[in-house]
Design a binder for this molecule. Structure first.
Ligand code: NAP
Length: 237
């Protein structure tokens, strides 16, 4: 299962995992791209809004069996100082990244455990480990999502479920377009003068993590463009 698979890292991950032989179940709110992707991959498209408990319950009920869950749905809204914080932006970021990951993981853990070789992959961010000005809504949500994910590592000891956190730096997807409410020129500036990662770069790493033998747990994988040293330092030509 890949959440947030209607674009970006989620769609690329679904393609990667299908290529590795998985039957992929893709979830997101936009059904059009999701259904096209599922048809291309011979997979299953299911409507999913991770901010809605009933939608998550319906999604989980429709999943017949589960080996790998990729918690990828998420994103950022806005870029404001704490002083000028937009509470609706904060609420959306926390609902999607934090509570969304909690709801989906909780709903699917029984099936993952029952598989005898389950795997929870969560796509957090360098924003889960670093802070930057104007970014507290997103960095706090990603820190919390990461704390939730890493707590699972201990809680699942003794049960057959692996836990991998994927920590990307800049990836060119719809992420910045969503963050800046469709403002393409502002989104383009994020990647100006450097070569960012593309969604497939992240997907390949996820494909690698889930294809290790069952006794091998890759706990955390951080990947960034060569031109990016941290959340706040990058070289631009
Ligand atoms: P993206 O292209 O905007 O994809 C985000 C995906 O999440 C979309 O498929 C979207 O689908 C889905 N989504 C959003 N809200 C949802 C909801 N309520 N319920 C279900 N699905 C929802 O951006 P992306 O870069 O691939 O982002 C994927 C993950 O990577 C996010 O968690 C993001 O925080 C993380 N990340 C991104 C970057 C980056 O630079 N791009 C860096 C580090 C981490 P619908 O709109 O159809 O629901």
């Amino acid at each position: 299962m890949v959440t947030g698979a209607s674009s970006g890292i989620g769609a690329a991950t679904a393609r990667q995992l299908a290529g590795q032989g998985f039957h992929v179940i893709v979830g997101a709110r936009r059904l059009d791209p999701l259904e096209k992707l599922a048809a291309e991959l011979d997979g299953t498209a299911l409507a999913l809004d991770v901010t809605d408990a009933a939608s998550v319950a319906e999604f989980a009920a429709a999943v017949p069996a589960a080996r790998v869950l990729v918690n990828n749905a998420g994103g950022a809204f806005g870029l404001e100082t704490v002083e000028n914080a937009d509470e609706d932006h904060w609420r959306s970021m926390w609902e999607t990244n934090v509570l969304g990951t909690l709801r989906v993981t909780k709903a699917l853990l029984p099936a993952l455990i029952a598989s005898g070789d389950g795997h929870v992959v969560t796509v957090t961010s360098v924003a889960a480990y670093e802070l930057y000005d104007n970014g507290a809504g997103y960095t706090s949500a990603k820190h919390a999502q990461s704390a939730l994910h890493r707590t699972l590592r201990g809680e699942l000891l003794g049960r057959p479920v692996r836990v991998t956190e994927i920590v990307p730096g800049m990836v060119r997807t719809e992420f910045s377009l969503v963050r800046f409410d469709g403002d393409a020129s502002r989104a383009d500036q994020v990647y100006a003068g450097l070569t960012p990662l593309v969604a497939e770069d992240v997907a390949e790493v996820i494909g690698f993590a889930v294809s290790r033998p069952p006794h091998v747990n890759l706990d955390l994988i951080e990947l960034k463009p060569r031109a990016q040293a941290s959340a706040t330092r990058a070289h631009r030509d």
